[in-house]
Design a protein around this ligand. Structure first.
Ligand code: PLP
Length: 394
């Protein structure tokens, strides 16, 4: 028996955080690292958002708010969502959370019982798995293939549904692969799961970072009552508005589920920070110009890093269609000397002072995840280091 609860013993520390901690050790020793690990924009939070937070402090908006967020912010969320995507949600169907991750945690904990199955396409964002395990659920992974750019097939998801399936988690654009699920595929999965009474959680934290399609939310399907009764849309200020540290996200879901999530929230975090909520209102009501500028810059970086990676002998890299991650295949370097990407990522850190996240964390065995939310200059330095490192391995 472990000395700690069964629920925490089932999970591990987020590997992206673990990589960050290891990198920090090197930095503390003065090592000049190139960091492709962090899954966050390197852009500053736009000025009008920062100013709203400063005003909130000056006006003493520094007390507890309603645990599920202010009415002002909940209203701003549903209006922004309707404007951006055409969704029909109302304020009682919204909840403000401490980042998108918290919305996912609350949703899963409010829905999943021991033994319930949760269908998750792979590669997947690491926290989906651990949150489901924490809640006592069983993950059922649906693999996608690198050869078709990790495109998800609706049939494959449908085949994974069983009488025990409680929830399907979709994530488009995807962390780590950058894949974007085609709209008709998303719609079909949502309709076929919800019509069987199965919940669908759509994690749309990267919604606005798509390179050859328009931002899309399955929230628009909530105009249909069957869908609406079983759909959770999760979003976040973190990536769209370069606000990772502010910790502000949201869920849009049926009022009854929002009530259960709120119960949990009222006994754990209570409200997200009052000041961040004011900043989030400014983000959602203000100009979206900065989002377009970030997207243009991410596109330049994506093209640069993918071309650079493809130029390294032995590395294959599909073109990511969204988010800000490249997910190259480095399987040709694995063998008796370097058996796993965990080992490969450690050696890249130790020997080439370059931080990447091993694909094992995301459910695949031959990949590394590189965040390109960093300057072109850093991308160039990191690519050079990787080129030299991989040449030495061959
Ligand atoms: N969902 C995905 C797929 C992510 O990659 C992240 C963060 O990296 C989140 C959700 C949560 O972000 P936050 O809690 O900062 O909103």
């Amino acid at each position: 028996m472990t000395p700690f609860s069964a629920s925490v013993s089932r999970i591990s520390v987020s590997s992206t955080l673990a990589v960050g901690i290891e990198a920090e050790r090197y930095r503390a020793q003065g090592v000049d690292l190139v960091d492709f690990g962090a899954g966050e924009p390197d852009f500053a939070t736009p000025e009008h958002i920062k100013q709203a937070a400063v005003r909130a402090i000056q006006e003493n908006f520094t007390r507890y708010t309603a645990a599920g967020g202010t009415a002002e912010l909940r209203q701003a969320i549903v209006e922004w969502h309707a404007r951006e995507f055409g969704s029909p949600f109302t304020q009682p169907e919204s909840l403000v959370t401490v980042g998108g991750k918290h919305a996912i945690f609350n949703s899963v904990c409010a829905l999943v019982n021991a033994g319930d199955e949760v269908v998750i396409p792979a590669p997947y964002w690491v926290s989906f798995k651990d949150i489901v395990l924490y809640a006592g659920g069983t993950c059922v992974f649906v693999p996608t293939s690198e050869a078709d750019g990790y495109e998800l097939s609706a049939e494959a998801v449908e085949q994974a549904l069983t009488p025990k399936t409680r929830l399907v988690i979709l994530n488009s654009p995807n962390n780590p692969s950058g894949a974007v699920i085609r709209q008709e595929v998303m719609d079909r999965i949502v309709r076929s799961a919800t019509s069987r009474g199965i919940w669908v959680l759509s994690d749309e934290c990267y919604s606005h970072f798509v390179y050859d399609s328009q931002p899309y939310s399955v929230g628009v399907l909530a105009k249909d009552e069957t869908v609406r009764s079983r759909l959770i849309v999760v979003g976040s200020m973190s990536k769209t508005f370069a606000m990772t540290g502010w910790r502000c996200g949201y869920a849009l879901a049926p009022k009854s589920l929002i009530g259960e999530m709120l119960k949990l929230q009222s006994h754990t975090t209570s409200n997200p920070t009052s000041i961040s909520q004011k900043a989030a209102v400014a983000a959602l009501k203000g100009s979206m110009e900065s989002v377009g500028q970030m997207l243009a810059e991410y596109r330049r970086r994506r093209d640069f890093i993918v071309n650079g990676l493809r130029g390294i002998p032995g590395v294959k890299c599909p073109l990511p269609r969204g988010a800000f991650y490249a997910y190259p295949n480095v399987g040709s370097f694995l063998g008796p000397k370097v058996p796993t990407t965990n080992e490969l990522a450690s050696r890249l850190l130790r020997e080439a002072h370059t931080v990447v996240v091993p694909g094992e964390a995301f459910g695949t065995s031959e990949h590394l995840r590189l965040s390109y939310a960093t300057s072109l200059e850093e991308l160039g330095r990191g690519l050079e280091r990787m080129r030299t490192f991989f040449a030495g391995l061959k």
